[in-house]
Design a protein around this ligand. Structure first.
Ligand code: TXA
Ligand code: MG
Length: 342
């Protein structure tokens, strides 16, 4: 199958393909998603196959109205409604109890809850409305790889395996949505994103944060948390804020292979890069860095001789918490400091 790239004039054709059970990747403000009609079990099954995704990892259901949520949620608690009013459309995914029998087990991974997301991306809201059905949408990458922030990233991972891609250029936020479990009395963030704990607490009061790595034998709240994530082929090392980048460059120079260097412009400008260093700019500040992180990690996968990547850390609060959560996973928790002291 030759994967079609749809431009924004072709939303109607993309919607028609979805309605007929095909997979169509779609843009959002966070990352690109892999879309299928959430009410068509055969179509949803194809999503897991195309991504190579374990079948117990549930999918987010993308909607274009609160009325669509009402069709599939058992109930919408008052606090969840307040969050929808405050942050939708936007990067907050809300988990609610499912209306029994309303969506297949393939969507929910057998859980009694379902995650809803109303993305801030008009072409995709139009796509859902024209298809007339909610759309499942995991990130449109091969399972385990960094999420896609351009249509080209999606094409790279999934061409030949999916029917089409709706191209709306690079995504703005670059890290996936905040996932908030509202299915119990105690709301808890399962994955940090651009909508922060403080943002949410400003609307509904105190909530919990539980996004830490799940150990062997533990049952994770968000099944996706137990899988390896965001991993490029090269080893990734976190460069902590207190690190002296001159030392990092000394280490780079000693390596017998090419090393990727991901840092802000202000840092890159001051450095004398050794010959085997391949720089990638994270721009200026944590907002830029979040938007660019996955693009950089993916770029090094195409530069086969790069065997290590040193990447700048940011303070782990607000958007920085989301950035560091993704960077930690792609680094498997490895810090440059530990490597350098060896
Ligand atoms: O920004 C995003 O959220 C992107 C775009 C495409 O919307 N989507 C995305 O989907 O990141 P995905 O499938 O890659 O990540 C969804 C996460 C997974 O870790 C999954 O386990 C968790 O949300 N999740 C989904 N439904 C859940 C549920 N009912 N209970 C707990 N966790 C759930
Ligand atoms: Mg994903």
């Amino acid at each position: 199958m030759e994967t079609i790239i749809y431009n924004l004039d072709q939303i109607g054709e993309a919607a028609q393909a979805l309605r007929s059970g095909q997979l169509v990747a779609f843009p959002t403000e966070t990352v690109y998603g892999l879309g299928a009609d959430a009410t068509n079990e055969e179509a949803v099954k194809k999503v897991y196959q195309a991504k190579g995704r374990p079948s117990d990892n549930p999918l987010i259901v993308h909607v274009a109205s609160v009325a669509m949520v009402e069709k599939y949620a058992a109930e919408i608690p008052e606090k969840a409604r307040q969050l929808m009013t405050a942050f939708w459309p936007g990067s907050l995914t809300i988990i609610l109890k499912i209306k029994p029998g309303s969506l297949s087990k393939t969507v929910t991974g057998g859980l009694s809850t379902v995650a809803f997301r109303f993305p801030k991306c008009q072409p995709t809201l139009d796509l859902i409305e024209q298809a007339g059905v909610p759309m499942v949408g995991p990130s449109a990458n091969t399972s385990g790889k960094p999420s896609p922030t351009t249509a080209q990233h999606v094409y790279h991972d999934l061409h030949g395996k999916i029917y089409g891609i709706l191209d709306d250029g690079p995504t703005k936020v670059g890290v996936e949505s905040t996932v908030l479990d509202m299915s119990t009395d105690h709301p808890v963030i399962l994955r940090p994103g651009a909508v922060t704990k403080a943002d949410i607490e400003g609307v509904i009061g105190s909530i919990d944060l539980n996004h830490h790595h799940v150990g062997k034998g533990e049952i994770p709240k968000a099944p996706g948390m137990k899988y390896k994530h965001y991993a490029p082929n090269a080893q990734v090392y976190i460069v902590d804020p207190e690190e002296d980048w001159a030392n990092v460059m000394k280490w780079v120079e000693q390596q017998p292979f090419a090393v990727g260097v991901m840092a802000e412009d202000v840092i890159l400008k001051q450095l004398t890069l050794p010959k085997n260093a391949q720089a990638f700019s994270l721009g200026n500040g944590v907002t830029d860095a979040s938007a660019r992180l996955f693009d950089g990690l993916r770029m090094y996968d195409d530069e086969k001789q790069v065997q290590a990547i040193v990447t700048q850390a940011f303070p782990a609060h607000d958007l920085g918490l989301a950035y560091m959560n993704r960077l930690n996973k792609s680094a498997g928790g490895q810090h440059f400091r530990d490597e350098f002291l060896k």
